[in-house]
Structure formats: structure tokens, C-alpha cells
Design a protein around this ligand. Structure first.
Ligand code: ZN
Length: 88
């Protein structure tokens, strides 16, 4: 059922944020959860979004962080990951 094809991945990733925020209806949430379990790349992306969300929550008390802050944090995490991978 939960095969990993680009269409499903695109849909899953586009809804990862709503899933994190628990804004999805039960059916969609189950579908996303199932896909994340079956698809490591999407699960990795979900994990990254989770980290970003946690960082943003620590950084400010607002419910939704400004997009600019989110972009900066994502960029910073990507940097760290790239640096880490380059090390021998
Ligand atoms: Zn996927």
C-alpha cells in the first residue's frame, strides 16, 4: 500500500508541516504516518522539520515563527549537515 513513488512523496512532504502541527484530519495523518514509516527519505525530512520546529519553539514563544527565521534555521542545519559529511 505505502509504496514510495514521487507523487506520494511530494504529497507527504507538502503535508509534513500540517502533520507536525497536528492540523490534519485523522485519515490524512494516518496516510502520512504510514508513508513516513515506509519511506526513509521522507522520514528524514520529517525529522529535520521536527528539529526546526523545536528550535523555533525554543527561540520564541509565538505559535508560528516568522518565515525568515525558519529559513535561517533550515539553512543553518543544512550547513551543519554538509560540514559534518565532508569530514573524513
Ligand atoms: Zn516518501
Amino acid at each position: 500500500m505505502s509504496e514510495c513513488d514521487p507523487c506520494t512523496c511530494g504529497e507527504a512532504l507538502s503535508r509534513v508541516y500540517d502533520y507536525l502541527d497536528q492540523e490534519l484530519d485523522a485519515t490524512s495523518a494516518v496516510a502520512i504516518a504510514g508513508h513516513l514509516e515506509a519511506c526513509p527519505p521522507c522520514a528524514e525530512q520529517y525529522r529535520l522539520e521536527q528539529v526546526v520546529k523545536t528550535l523555533i519553539q525554543r527561540t520564541c514563544c509565538e505559535e508560528r515563527a516568522p518565515e525568515e527565521l525558519r529559513v535561517r534555521i533550515v539553512a543553518r542545519i543544512s550547513e551543519v549537515r554538509i560540514t559534518y559529511r565532508r569530514q573524513p
